[in-house]
Design a protein around this ligand. Sequence first.
Ligand code: KG4
Ligand code: ZN
Length: 353
Amino acid sequence: MVILGIETTCDETAAAVVTRADDDSGRILSNVVLSQVSEHADYGGVVPEIAARAHVEALDRIIAMAMAEANCSFGTLDGVAAAAGPGLIGGLIVGLTTAKAIALVHNKPLMAVNHLEAHALTARLTEGTPFPYCLFLASGGHTQILGVRGVGDYLRLGGTVDDAIGEAFDKTAKLLGLGYPGGPLVEKEALDGDAARFALPRPMSGRHDADFSLSGLKTALRLEAEKIAPLSNQDVADLCASFQQAVVDVVMDRLRSGLRMFRDRIGNPSALVCAGGVAANQAIRKVLHRIAFEAGTELVAPPPALCTDNGAMIAWAGAERLALGLTDTLDAVPRPRWPLDQVVRTVPGQRNH
Ligand code: KG4
Ligand code: ZN
């Protein structure tokens, strides 16, 4: 089957065409991503109103590019998928309404996909990873540990109670005047820094659950920075290194706990899968390899372009759902909040609630 996927939940306008064969294997025919980073850079974060307007302006063109690159016409598609949440409401309306229009005009099935489900299933597109596996999703908007048991069958093992990890990196970078997005800039500074110079907390460490809390760490960093201001270049590097080390330690502790919960509730995972922009961080990546090894499994990391937001993951999640007959009607609603454990395997033709 051939599926068009549309992604507009945050600050990427993206469309892609993906195929899924009867043996479950996937292939990406096109994957076009337009980043709005430069439009939000001055504000140190995503501005919802700017994002929504940029999606309206760009989406038709991005879809046309994805269709042309895949050498495909709307008539030859088997279905249209759009991310219907969670995300910023303006962008969700733009993407989902566009998908509905294409589905209606060309009489194709519509799949209103959960963005987190799409991240969760990407490893099956790129690596054919079998169920069940443990997913560590860490981006600017999300930090979650999930048991992925099947399509539409997710067990939330843990998540952040306040900031996402990427958000904490972004706020740290903003505080230190480094720019946006902050993750890669903090990582670069940390290379020249002393990770032991500042004693920052490791929030939630040692707890039996698999939850994260990042806002206290951010505050502790701000207090340390204020104590020694004005900051030299070395101070900035040391603060970045100390911050990153605290995050690495927290990830290690929380994921160990998450994998223990996975084994207790589900059994042995076929893999530890990482997704989201934060997984690009080399120090974090290293610790993920170590945790997977300790747990007797392997780390699966889809290529960076597919770990961050893109249309191919939405198209693939749509294909996985369509293969099971899980489609949505034209009254599917955009859902700014949509926890993954509320994604259900709906009866065909019924609303995906
Ligand atoms: O998945 P993503 O591209 O977009 C969404 O948030 O949906 O993730 C972007 C986030 C940003 O917060 C960015 O600072 C963070 O991922 N990030 C990193 C690194 N590269 C990107 N965080 C730490 N280290 C990195 N190298
Ligand atoms: Zn995402």
